[in-house]
Design a protein around this ligand. Structure first.
Ligand code: SF4
Length: 107
């Protein structure tokens, strides 16, 4: 798998060229909606949409890189690396916390 990824990176110029969520053709907005939703969706619709988007991520060969990049860019919206918005934000908060947490600071 690593060899295929390396070859594809060279051929296409980036990890995201292997993304399972790439549009099928230029102008195709279905993946954009699936991963980012709309302002009009309610909580139940968002949960269902994110579940479907995460299923796409589980088939994606660049899931780990995608999550790393999303955390580095501090992405706040959308599904990235198999995580929904709430999960991504919670993980980002955990990574920002100092080792040992608040107890270590006050000691
Ligand atoms: S992990 Fe998900 S969001 Fe990231 S590139 Fe793959 S399919 Fe797209």
């Amino acid at each position: 798998m690593a060899n295929r990824i390396t070859q594809d990176y060279r051929a296409n110029g980036g990890w995201d060229s292997l993304a399972e969520c790439r549009p099928m053709y230029p102008g195709d907005q279905r993946m954009v909606y699936l991963f980012f939703g709309s302002e009009r969706e309610n909580a139940r619709q968002k949960e269902q949409r994110e579940r479907l988007a995460k299923a796409v991520c589980r088939r994606c060969v660049v899931i780990e890189t995608c999550l790393e990049k999303a955390l580095a860019r501090k992405e706040m919206f959308g599904v990235w690396g198999g995580m929904g918005e709430d999960e991504l934000q919670a993980l980002a908060r955990r990574k920002q916390r100092p080792i040992g947490g608040a107890a270590a600071k006050s000691a």
